[in-house]
Design a protein around this ligand. Structure first.
Ligand SMILES: Cc1ncc(COP(=O)(O)O)c(C=O)c1O
Length: 366
């Protein structure tokens, strides 16, 4: 029986052709593919501009630079996320303040943000965790307090807010990752900064290119963070496929939701009303995560726990004032969120196998 992995990157003849044509053109960097990929993905996200770069982590660093965030600034970040959401803040010399997540949707919690806000708070990095959109009220909250809204949309390509705005078009700046396991990939490392603010667009492009203008004058500190043309060309083809892939992820998630409702000890992930989830991960909140993972493993199915060690408890933050602080929801659920395969290439038979294994974990004797 073939093992079911957590992700299977897509690779087809159109992507192969796009990659080869770009290599044959000898235009390997700073060319039309990166420009077009940025424009096409920005249009998809209802944003003004997308700037491709080398990774989601670099995009987060760039977003903070773009918003002039640095020493003396406090940036609110959820602790239940991938470590890059927090370390980008430290890398620009600002101070990450860890906040809790919502008990039901697991995205950054508005009450926790309000409790952590100080006069030094200049930004929040809101993660659309697992592909679930953050609370729409966050936009208004940030506006009211003059706080910049950075979307960490690394897991949310194609998710849509209740307002009808896609992930990437909601905040001041948004950051995407195209790591191979993500909903959209580029055949290597990759990321993108996105903005709906015309006033930030030109500087955003410059940041990934040593802060230089068209005359090659450097105006601010940047670096070479550019995406290569080959990966951009592959990303453009993947973007054309994205909606079809999302439809498949959503159909699988719907099947899981139906099959898992009412199972004892296993709580399927609720979707925020009115939004469209991108289902980068389908995480079950398990009372006994080890038992669920053992049942899946026995049935030849991969699983992962997200995020067993929340950011504030990671060693990199051993001297952070919140290292041993309690974030009640995060601490309660972090080690219990078991992700099961939900990728678009799963066959119906594989989905059936996952359903059967999860049910088995709930009712081991049946
Ligand atoms: C929420 C989140 N933020 C940021 C990143 C960083 O992206 P990258 O791995 O492309 O640097 C990831 C990637 O896993 C992520 O999941």
């Amino acid at each position: 029986m073939k093992r079911i992995p957590m992700a299977r990157p897509s690779w087809d003849d159109d992507m192969r052709r796009a990659a080869l044509e770009t290599l044959d053109s000898l235009h390997w960097v700073k060319g039309p593919q990166g420009k077009a990929f940025g424009q096409e993905f920005a249009a998809y996200c209802h944003a003004v501009q997308g700037t491709p770069c080398q990774s989601g982590s670099v995009a987060l660093w760039g977003a903070l630079r773009l918003l002039d965030i640095g020493p003396g600034d406090e940036v609110l970040v959820p602790s239940l996320t991938y470590i890059a959401t927090a370390t980008c803040v430290s890398l620009v010399g600002a101070h990450p303040v860890f906040v809790d997540v919502e008990p039901d949707h697991w995205c950054v919690d508005l009450a926790s943000l309000e409790a952590a806000r100080t006069p030094r708070t200049t930004a929040v990095i809101a993660v659309h965790l697992f592909g679930q959109m953050c609370d729409d009220h966050l936009v208004q909250w940030c506006e009211e307090h003059g706080i910049a809204y950075i979307e960490d949309a690394a897991q949310a390509h194609g998710a849509m807010a209740a307002s009808g705005t896609p992930a990437g078009g909601v905040g001041d700046v948004a950051c995407f990752s195209f790591f191979p396991s993500k909903n959209l990939a580029v055949g290597g490392e990759g990321g993108m900064m996105m903005t709906r603010r015309a006033d930030l667009a030109a500087r955003m492009d410059a940041l990934v290119n040593h802060g230089r203008d068209a005359r090659l004058e450097s105006h601010e500190l940047g670096s070479n963070l550019r995406m290569s043309e080959v990966t951009a060309a592959i990303g453009r083809v993947q973007l054309q496929r994205l909606d079809g892939w999302l439809a498949r992820r959503r159909a699988i998630a719907k099947r899981y939701d139906g099959a898992f409702s009412g199972l004892s000890g296993l709580h399927p992930p609720p979707t925020r009303p009115g939004t469209q989830h991108a289902w980068h991960q389908y995480c079950i909140l398990a009372d006994e995560p080890d038992r669920l993972r053992a049942a899946l493993n026995e049935a030849g199915i991969d699983s992962r726990v997200y995020y067993a060690t929340p950011c504030h408890r990671q060693q990199v933050y051993a001297t952070h004032p919140q290292h041993t602080a309690t974030l009640s929801v995060t601490d309660d659920i972090a080690h219990r969120l078991v992700a099961i395969p939900v990728h678009h290439q799963m066959t119906d038979e594989e989905v059936d196998r996952v359903v059967a294994a999860v049910k088995q974990a709930s009712h081991p004797s049946s």
